[in-house]
Write a protein that binds this ligand. Structure first.
Ligand SMILES: *Cc1c(COP(=O)(O)O)cnc(C)c1O
Length: 362
């Protein structure tokens, strides 16, 4: 497939070529039923098999212990920003958040609509270029939960370890780094992720929730916004985003074929290492603004001496087959998103392009 772009999009993002080809093979006639998976009932045996297998694959690959529900929800990770406080932020309690960047900020704004919010730690003063040290987290003992954003997609900063919260449930938005590395799921009461960065296409949000979180939830919440509705009905209360879930199924099988999360993590570190090296060895031509201890292997942000040169970099990169290297409009600069499905060859090509661009412009 010589015509595939070097795709560094932040989300929706690259999917493994093998997954796209497999989906293509099954597109018109899914497993000999004479219809696509999109054209059949979500109550059919064929669909239910895909649905349940996707949960089993995720459980196995991510090492999810017994006692957790795996839900397929809609409305993106952004809807979880509201559903979490609606379901879990009881009156008299505080919702605690670590403020690490643009996505954490959005989660906090939503929680404020439903109750009292506390900022347990913040890196706002560092312009979010560093994840707070775990020792800086001051957790109110009256917290309903502590919410963290494991990887800030826009700034390019990632938690390298997670806080111990004792009896207080730890909730993580892992939208941009889920399944990029092994994680001790048992530390978390809830993990959620919009699929379109590391799990599949847009349209489905995966939520992994400990059973005990689903007890005694307020009855006043609209049906579709209640986790209980989805857990009691195996995420089949209403029509699920069947095609997106099918694609997640194929991505999970691909991860397993790669050798699972330890291999995926090793590959991700190698891939990101190529680009971070190009930055670090440029003698200041490229600048990585994120503290080295918080650097994300998923979203690599970097700057050039001035915006003029950054614009030129984007323009020339596009001419050379690179896509998605412009930084988020809110922070500027450049960003290479190197999710699981971005091949080593794309990262190598980018590192080479960076060296070439430098030699022509310094
Ligand atoms: C992309 C992203 C979101 C928003 O996801 P949607 O599915 O578009 O709502 C939330 N959190 C993080 C960390 C993200 O990267």
């Amino acid at each position: 497939m010589g015509n595939r772009a070097f795709n560094f999009n932040a989300g929706p993002a690259a999917l493994p070529l093998e997954v796209l080809q497999r989906a293509q093979e099954e597109f018109v006639d899914f497993k000999g039923i004479g219809m696509s998976i999109m054209e059949i009932s979500h109550r059919s045996a064929e669909y239910e098999q895909v649905h349940n297998e996707t949960q089993e694959l995720l459980k196995r690959i991510f090492g999810i212990p017994n006692g957790y529900q795996i839900l397929f929800l809609q409305g993106g990770a952004s809807t979880q920003f509201a559903m979490i406080p609606m379901n879990f932020l009881k009156a008299g309690k505080v919702g605690s958040y670590v403020l690490t960047g643009a996505w954490a900020e959005k989660a906090i704004q939503e929680a404020k609509l439903f109750g009292e919010v506390a900022i347990a730690a913040s890196s706002a003063e560092q312009k979010f270029m560093k994840i707070p040290d775990l020792s800086e987290i001051k957790l109110d003992p009256n917290s309903a939960y502590l919410h963290v954003t494991s990887n800030e997609t826009i700034e390019g900063a990632q938690f390298q370890a997670f806080p111990e919260t004792g009896n207080i449930p730890l909730i993580a938005d892992m939208s941009s780094d889920i399944l990029s590395r092994p994680v001790d799921v048992s530390k978390f009461s809830m993990i959620y992720a919009g699929a379109q960065k590391n799990l599949g296409p847009s349209g489905v949000t995966v939520a992994i929730i400990k059973d005990e979180m689903l007890q005694d939830l307020p009855k006043s919440i609209p049906t579709m916004m209640r986790y209980e509705t989805h857990s009691k009905n195996n995420s089949l209360y209403n029509t699920p985003p069947a095609y997106s879930i099918y694609m997640v199924n194929l991505v999970l099988k691909w991860i397993e074929e790669q050798g699972g999360l330890s291999v995926i993590e090793k590959n991700n570190i190698e891939k990101a290492g190529l680009i971070y090296s190009a930055i670090d060895q440029s003698g200041g031509f490229y600048r990585g603004p994120v503290d080295t201890g918080s650097r994300s292997p998923m979203n690599i942000t970097f700057r050039l001496q001035n915006e003029e040169l950054e614009k030129q970099f984007v323009k020339e990169s596009e001419k050379n087959g690179f896509v998605g290297l412009k930084g988020h409009r809110s922070v500027g600069g450049l960003r290479a998103s190197t999710y699981n499905a971005v091949p080593y060859a794309s990262c190598k090509a980018l590192a080479d392009f960076m060296a070439d661009f430098q030699s022509r412009n310094s």
